[in-house]
Design a protein around this ligand. Structure first.
Ligand code: AMP
Length: 360
């Protein structure tokens, strides 16, 4: 049985080797903690800033056993890590945070919305779709247009398509790959917000100021934070985050994507049981950023201050936009965060820049 707080020199294991793992590892290093990455990918962004990387498939028992032995606590940097991997690690005696319930809820859009509603976090109306024949009645009930999404493994707007009218249904089902799906009513939102929150091992919680998010083609383009919001709106977001975390007995940082309706009501779009792209602004805008906060939470440390110190506009650099780095490096108001990816692929998240927009 691990004792918390983990002392400096302890080892954090991270499943996944992408940029979120890399930034978590950098934060862990600042706290005197070592990091071991587990990923199937050679030469991943995270692997180049950590003590050790195990490169193996997620179901490889010998490597999983070695990983469980090496790590004092295990976390993950993306929510599509196979549930069986986490189950194996727990069976091997590893402490995994956030736990398997959070992972299961976040991996399936129907389970996610069902869970959210069960703890009083409102969402759009929805229906589970197991076959194309389920769509017409559901679409009739939800109204057109409605949005068909794969239940699992969708991200950045992938695996989803709008159904504009009766008769679109069969084609829509084919478009998303003929997989189990969810049909969602359209959220008539005025803006998209997110709340990044954390919960410690003792149930202590911390909430960051809201971010206002702008997407292009389903991918996050920029976050403006702290978002203009009155106290009532912040309180509403905080209540939602607390309900979600408490119900999961959550440990770590969570990202909660929200739709703000014209009447001020917030609906939850989706949750990410990890640090979140819409929380990157905290690196240069807050006393303690989301990455350090996550490490603090899973290591059983006291949570850090979420106070905003500056206004920030976070911009994602996609694909070849990363080639503008020399200009950004010369801009005194731009804080550049490059992920060290070896290959520039169109649309791929390569880096982000936090533009300092002045004091609060
Ligand atoms: P998601 O992959 O669920 O995060 O969706 C990506 C983006 O699609 C969101 O950020 C919204 O801009 C939009 N979107 C998702 N679900 C809905 C919905 N039910 N109604 C309207 N827009 C949506």
């Amino acid at each position: 049985m691990m004792t918390f707080p983990l002392a400096p020199g302890s080892t954090i294991g991270i499943l996944g080797g992408g940029q979120l793992g890399r930034m978590l590892a950098l934060a862990a290093a600042r706290l005197g903690l070592d990091v071991v990455i587990y990923t199937p990918d050679e030469d991943s962004p995270a692997s180049r800033v950590v003590r050790e990387t195990l490169v193996a498939p997620y179901d490889e028992p010998v490597s999983l056993a070695a990983f469980a032995r090496l790590c004092d606590v295990v976390t993950y940097e993306f929510e599509n890590v196979p549930a069986a991997t986490v189950d194996s690690l727990i069976a091997l005696g590893a402490d995994v945070a956030p736990g398997p319930k959070a992972l299961a809820v976040a991996q399936d859009r129907v389970s996610e919305k069902t869970y959210l509603n069960s703890v009083g976090a409102p969402t759009v109306a929805f229906a589970a779709i197991d076959a194309p024949a389920d769509i017409p009645a559901a679409a009739q009930a939800l109204g057109h247009p409605c949005l068909l999404k794969t239940r699992r493994e969708g991200y950045d707007g992938k695996g989803q398509t709008w159904i504009e009218k009766l008769a679109d249904e069969a084609a829509a089902y084919q478009t998303i790959g003929a997989k189990p799906a969810i049909l969602e009513a359209r959220a008539d939102f005025v803006r998209e917000l997110s709340v990044i929150a954390a919960r410690g091992r003792d149930g202590e919680t911390a909430i960051y100021p809201l971010g206002e998010n702008h997407h292009e083609g389903g991918v996050l383009r920029r976050t403006v934070a702290p978002a203009a919001a009155d106290q009532a709106l912040f309180d509403q977001a905080e209540r939602i985050a607390l309900q979600i975390m408490d119900g999961l007995d959550y440990v770590g940082v969570i990202g909660v994507e929200l739709f703000q309706l014209a009447d001020g009501q917030l609906l939850v779009n989706e949750i990410a049981p990890r640090v979140h792209n819409t929380g990157h602004w905290t690196q240069d805008g807050c006393a303690v950023d989301q990455f350090e906060q996550h490490i603090r939470a899973i290591a059983g440390w006291p949570l850090g201050s979420t106070a905003a110190l500056a206004r920030v506009e976070m911009l994602n650099l996609l694909g070849e936009e990363v080639d503008t780095w020399p200009k950004l490096a010369a801009d005194p108001d731009a804080r550049l965060h490059l992920y060290g990816k070896r290959e520039t692929v169109p649309g791929r998240k390569m880096a982000h820049v936090n533009r300092m927009r002045g004091p609060l």
